[in-house]
Design a protein. Sequence first.
Length: 864
Amino acid sequence: MQEKYAPSDVEAAVQGQWRASDAYKATETSSKPKFFCVSMLPYPSGKLHMGHVRNYTINDVMYRYLRMNGHNVLMPMGWDAFGMPAENAAMANGVPPAKWTYDNIAYMKRQMQSMGLAIDWSREIATCDPSYYKWNQWLFLKMLEKGIAYKKTGTVNWDPVDQTVLANEQVIDGRGWRSGALIEKREIPMYYMRITQYADELLNDLEGLGWPERVKIMQQNWIGKSFGVNFGFPYEIDGEKKLLRVFTTRADTIMGVTFCAIAAEHPLATRLAQDQPALAAFIDECKRGGVAEADVATMEKKGMATGFYVTHPLTQEQVEVWIGNYVLMSYGEGAVMGVPAHDERDFAFVKKYGLPLKQVVAHPGMTFSAEAWHESYGDKTNGVCINSGKYDGLGFEAAVDAIAADLSALGVGERQVTWRLRDWGISRQRYWGTPIPIIHCPSCGDVPVPEKDLPVVLPEDLVPDGTGNPLAKSAAFVNCTCPTCGAPAKRETDTMDTFVDSSWYFSRYAAPDASTMVDARTDYWMPMDQYIGGIEHAILHLLYSRFWTKVMRDMGLINFGEPAKNLLTQGMVLNETYYRENAAGKKTWYNPLDVTVTHDEKGRPVGATLNADGQPVVLGGIEKMSKSKNNGVDPQLLIDQYGADTARLFTMFAAPPEQQLEWSGAGVEGASRFLRRVWAFGQGHEAALRAAGRIDPAQLGEADKALRREVYLVLKQADFDYQRLQYNTVVSATMKMLNALEAAKGAQPAVLRETYGVLLRVLYPVVPHATCQLWQELGYVEEFGPLLDAPWPQVDAQALEQAEIELVLQVNGRVRGALTLAKDASREVIEQAALAHEMCVKFSEGRAPKKIIVVPGRLVNVVV
Ligand code: ANZ
Ligand code: ZN
């Protein structure tokens, strides 16, 4: 065999064998239990980054371990191929998004292949392929039939200069990202999916999922089920009696209301603005601000008094109405009762505008101060009503019961359950997406494209130029005939949100060539036994996927209601950052690979210089690898220089899968060195390893026993770590094994062969190429078959047994030392050893022993 470990030769050879034998093609006919492990499909952005490498390696390690442990495993791969970056790249380079996308896919696929991933490529999916998105269209039409999809007007960002709709992320400080024009809100017809119909089920089914608690809580908050009271403040306007309705989860604080706040879009705000130009201007400002719900807690609270009053339904007091930028039109009633003493947002609001505040809940042991907010003021769990008339003394539940009953008796309110979850708007006024299969006919209206005409194929040769959707300008696409009446008609030019594409792709992996959306193979592989991806998908992608799965189940297409039994959210990959700042305060970031760092005697970084000019750069701290901080490391450089096995080993060893991983050049070097040692051991003992026979248990010497014991002890731990997905300590286990092998002087070849064979198998899932090569070259294939399906090593219980044991030595019941004795030492030998022990001699002070108590295997107590 090769004297030196040459990763590129080894990897090319081993990958060639895998390809030739179609090693990772999975079938549904196995008698073994199935295991379906899936990485969230990548966006084909151009090339792999370290986050991809980490994600897929975790998946691959799991695949290989489980396959050796008797499972029928499938690891698929696909491409989330629609979306805006392709349109942006097209605009920048003048090439159609399709070409850019397919080129990127080809390149990234080669990179994945060079990583040696156990992917069944026969199941590859690109979501921009008509044979895939046909089924998006098909299910959309089924949903339309069943009323799960529907049409209504929605608000979009309109760029009046570029004459185009912009995505939220293309609006920067209220202006279009390209044109700089002030963005307008426009109401246009759009399609929605009724995810709210599944809200209860989406919430309740979280419980049974093996997902990180954090992700479940995020989903739970997003769905946001709130129990409260909906009631109205009576008022009169234009001679009409009305109610200003609010939703509150804290009806117990109703006697503490000092104002009401309504959203800028609230109909009452619109009405009041008719008479007040200043109010109208403020409302416009609020609308432009367009707050995302996530920012409401932290944004600056702004408001304006309207001079209009409503009546408190229980006290008859007059309460002034304000417009508040923190009130969302899309939640509850778009209006709130302001209780500044017990709601943090209301508190900040009255502090700013000098409004009154009234404490109505007392908390034991807390004195209330109007000066500063304290989180206990908002606590409902152990408060008691005060300053609340007949409700005084009641706790939260009792107060809400009484107040809800009173409001209901007055006919102005009732209990209500409110959800944060909104229906999912899927229409995008963009080119590079799944066409919505609808035809607009002047006489028949909106006509679904007949099933036989699906898919509505997206033309792949258009180039967007930033001024609206190119589909809308393509006569060939737009003009068609009405399927119902045959008259000239126009095709819908909106496409679907790309979250649709990723809502069910995993089910298609199981049956990629099916002539239906899914088939029986989907029920075989699904649900995913393990799904792996970033925490950034904790909410939308996973929620939409769960929704689509339930819809497909209810249509009888599949027999499961959740897409993923288990979820692993892998940690981010971090790296150091370095920058220089110019006089204007503008920072230029330098890639860590282009920088030399100096360290103090404790190894802490103290300074850095740029390699190009030798001048200092500033250490900017450790952050997530990103383009903006220029601190990414291209995994291709790593693979080219050290090989895929080293890249894989480093990423698995540097941190447990769910923790953050810090890039380290020294860590990569260390990983590479370790693999060279593994190789050198095999190469150095080649003849002995190949020639060795079977182990004769009767012939084992001390060195043999010690080596076997160490390797099997470590195997036991490694096995446990594999099962709990703690791959970093699996790697340390293999390092311990190699240390033991290198140190085992005088062990017989048969024992070396056995224990080295254990090391190769434990290391194999992480480092598949080098281990496969060594496995072959050292003759293990003849004994166990190819490594991919070799039996996982079993812990030899006998090897763990120790020849010697340790007994605690006590004198008069106090621990004084320990005795190391043969495991089968007789009582007589134990007593002799105890009496002879120096501590026993010292503490018995010459007195004769009265009695000696021996607890076998544990202790010996000398009583004097
Ligand atoms: C009075 C009150 C007093 C409130 C108090 C809270 C604490 P969740 O739990 O998320 O459902 N709210 C209602 N509609 C709103 C809207 N459209 N925009 C902004 N805030 C709104 O939150 C319910 C609470 O959020 C409601 O209870 C209301 O403030 C506010 F000590 O009413 B509360
Ligand atoms: Zn028609």
